[in-house]
Design a protein around this ligand. Sequence first.
Ligand code: ZNA
Length: 245
Amino acid sequence: LILGLSLGLTLGRRNIKSTFFSRCEKFKEHDCKKLWDLFEKAYVNKDPCNVPMEAYNPLLAEVPFKPQCNKMMFWSKTKDVVHGLTAKRKDCFVTLEDTLLGSVLDDLTWCGKEGSKDTFTAGCPEWSECVNNPVRSFWNRSSAAFADVACGDVTAMLSGSIDTPFNSTSNFASIEVPRFKASRVKKLNVVMVIQKNAISNCNHPSLKNLRQSLDTGITYSCKDVSESRIQECGSKPEIACGACW
Ligand code: ZNA
């Protein structure tokens, strides 16, 4: 049993470490070993429910997000549609998950334990089990930093398939929108992703809260766009970025 456990843990750790390096090495001119060491320092040997977002400050400081004015894309409950598009239209849009840190850690789970030097990928707290878990704190810290550098026209893809497209409990509402500053961000273009059986659109009352949350001076727009139109923009590189919808 002990052999099996330690073997499983070692393999799991190898696995996230090798995933980290293989994803990281796709980005040239970065010291992936240094990044892994900074990453580990954030959560290793700590109670996995007591890793605050500040634990990732040294990692974020090593690879700060660079402002990509007019291309920055935010999202809530539309992950697959958004990344289906940004994978093909890097010329138009960039999400947090298209940056080095975001792409390296997307869809991964990790945590440490007090008294251990290991990284675990199983038995970690669920997203909502405790607020200060290593995965949630990473995404909170990195989405705050990504929103801090937002500039020009910013796009956000929200879902027309849920009751409340702009939900105050989402990362988008609670972390990202409050960080858009009128001195940098000119306009927020909301794209409501309309799938078959959509139940809400740009007229949804929650979007009034979004308008009211915006820093004075940031212009707001909202457009209902079918999922198929978004996919078309992804599959036809000849469509100009500004003509996607
Ligand atoms: N790539 C990520 O896993 C991720 C990215 C996680 C959290 C936040 N972000 C940033 S913030 C992203 O770049 C977007 O711009 C913003 C989206 O955050 P949101 O508004 O809270 O949207 P969401 O669809 O509710 O959550 C985004 C992702 O967070 C999900 O795809 C999950 O990976 C994770 N997540 C959120 N809530 C839960 C969850 N995972 C498990 N249980 C949850 N309750």
